[in-house]
Design a protein around this ligand. Structure first.
Ligand code: ATP
Ligand code: MG
Length: 287
């Protein structure tokens, strides 16, 4: 059976993933999430932005079952999954690509990608999933037999996406996919996020590279102190001058605005560090 997600769900559709009034924290420390509500409709890219320490990664950990919430509700397609652990969340269709790089550099691209389907015994099913990720990420197909460590940072990130897609998720949880990438590689990775959305996946993405991320997102949420400070269509957030100066501008502009409004720490600008990436091998699929 072909597992490809279907196309063309409206951003206004019923949420696929909902976090409602979620409180969560680590051990006995104070709460990090303080009543977080985020809804991710099908075939939609929702971008979480906000200052360092706002709780963005924590929100993704709660969504993927890595961190149990202390209160609140998590639903997937209307089903209450609040108490699910990571394996059960995966089975519900939530795949989490963690902050930082996680490819196995000494293994080939093929071996890295197939790790995502190591529990699948049906070879036809595995082959179908491989075809899908190769179509979605042409560079994965082109470098299939290469050692993953030989790929550029942006290409490695696409291998991570491909491995996560091998579990046949409905929602991709992406934590800082552009971290450590230069602007060109960041553009390529964001194009692939758009392609995932065009393939029918929902994406909940955390990004420090807030302005560029919101440019490709459908919806945006600004987190501050563990709850959503403002949310709405991404173009509206980009057009909001106060928001732009607080969260989307350079360090100096943001710091000035923050001081005037007594806000907490601010997002760091992007940190180009990765080796240069080749041009994208396909056009972005956004209409
Ligand atoms: N494993 C942990 N144990 C204890 N405290 C943690 C842990 N992970 C995160 N925290 C704390 O939770 C708060 C929110 O962290 P989180 O990583 O969610 O922030 P973030 O918004 O993703 O920040 P950044 O933009 O720096 O990635 C911070 O105060 C952090 O110190
Ligand atoms: Mg984080």
């Amino acid at each position: 059976m072909c597992w490809r997600p279907t196309l063309a769900s409206s951003p206004a559709a019923q949420p696929l993933l909902s976090l409602d009034d979620v409180e969560a924290g680590y051990g006995r420390a104070a709460l990090v999430l303080r009543g977080l509500t985020v809804h991710v409709p099908p075939a939609t890219v929702v971008c979480l932005v906000g200052p360092n320490g706002a709780g963005k990664s924590t929100a993704l950990k709660v969504a993927s079952g890595m961190l149990p919430p202390r209160s609140g509700t998590i639903t997937v397609a209307g089903r209450d999954v609040t108490r699910n652990g990571p394996q059960e969340m995966l089975a519900c269709g939530l795949a989490h690509v963690l902050q930082g790089h996680s490819v196995f550099r000494e293994m080939t691209v093929e071996e890295n990608v197939l790790l995502g389907a190591y529990t699948v015994r049906d070879k036809t099913e595995v082959a179908d999933r491989v075809d899908f990720v190769k179509t979605l990420f042409p560079v994965v197909a082109e470098r299939w037999s290469a050692l993953a460590g030989a790929l550029s940072g942006g290409q490695q990130k696409q291998v991570e996406f491909a491995r996560a897609l091998m579990v046949r998720p409905r929602v991709m949880l992406l934590d800082e996919p552009s971290m450590g990438l230069d602007p060109k590689a960041t553009g390529t990775v964001f194009e692939q996020v758009v392609r995932m959305r065009e393939a029918g996946l929902a994406v909940l993405m955390v990004e420090q590279n807030a302005r560029r991320a919101l440019e490709i997102a459908d919806l945006g949420c600004v987190l501050d102190l563990g709850r959503v400070h403002i949310s709405g269509p991404a173009p509206d957030l980009l057009a909001d001058p106060q928001l732009a100066s607080l969260y989307l501008g350079g360090r100096a502009r943001a710091a000035t605005a923050a001081a005037s409004l007594a806000r907490p720490s601010l997002p760091e600008p992007a940190t180009p560090a990765a080796p240069p990436d080749p041009p994208a091998t396909s056009e972005p699929a956004r209409a």
